[in-house]
Design a protein around this ligand. Sequence first.
Ligand SMILES: *Cc1c(COP(=O)(O)O)cnc(C)c1O
Length: 369
Amino acid sequence: MADPKNPYILLTPGPLSTTASVKETMLRDWCTWDDSYNHAVVEDIRRRLVDLATKHSGYTTVLMQGSGTFAVESTIGTMMPKTGGKLLVLVNGAYGARIVQIARYLGIDHAVLDFGEINRVDPSRVNEMLEQDSSITHVALVHNETTTGMLNPLAKVAEVVKNHRKTFMVDAMSSFGGMPMDLGELGIDFLVSSANKCIQGVPGFGFVICKKERLISCENNARSLSLDLYDQWKTMETQGGKWRFTSPTHVVRAFQQAMNELDAEGGVIARFNRYYNNQRILVEGMEKLGFRPLLAKEFHSPIITSFYNPFEPNYSFAEFYSRLKRKGFVVYPGKVSVADCFRIGTIGDVEQEDIKQLLVAIEENMFWR
Ligand SMILES: *Cc1c(COP(=O)(O)O)cnc(C)c1O
């Protein structure tokens, strides 16, 4: 990767390294009420997102300006009824904790099941909780907890939530497009993701894929005008892809190109295999160099992996980071509170060869030994 405009590749969970062809599409300006944008770009993306998400009918999608958190907040603030609803949040990392924080800000009645940062969400405890507290109406799960790289048991949690007939919301920010899943099969009511994760677009908007009837029942729930998911959907749906407020046109066009490239790669399964191999090569190589992953291997996702910082007097993450950056690789600091870690992402325009070169760069820069 000797691209002078991109001196390093991002081994991070997003924004991530995108292809030159995705970036190039942003060199044109677009009119937000012209068909060449609304119809040919926005509506095309919306249709294709739903196709990517499920074979079942009855799903729709809404695009929402902002980073992923805006889309999460918009979903929670719109799906929860103004009175009588209670949200159960399943937490094992910072993104689950952020959903709790959103519920607090919005004054939404909620309960929390916290599993700690290095344990998986346990479906049997979710079941117990739903049996005990019949006032719970909605359940929120983070599929891949990007804090650690923990992959939560989506299908098993979905089964429990559906048995109890609760509305199920999934933050699949860092997994959608990179891991196969069928929303209809799983019974997911609302799934949230964003442009700059596994679809490999650039940052600027999030999207929510949801059951159309569920969304329609949420009219007038929103606590915020700009984050009213229903109103955003209604405008897009009835006005041929129009956004209520200025849409991030260049980012949206880049996302369409990213979707084309996902198709060209062979779809979600092919992308999953590439990420999976990246991550497997990474963990094997890191273990050979003496690094230890934070999580048990059966909890790993192909997206991002946490490693313990070496417990050596001469080690410093800042120094390690800047040496790797000079070699063309940007890794990520840790985010867990229970352990001293750093993280390496394996998503984006990143190939096995990049991971192999990273491992060589790491071996050559273990200055603390
Ligand atoms: C990236 C991410 C988000 C959204 O983060 P933003 O910084 O708002 O884009 C939410 N949940 C998960 C699991 C994520 O990985």
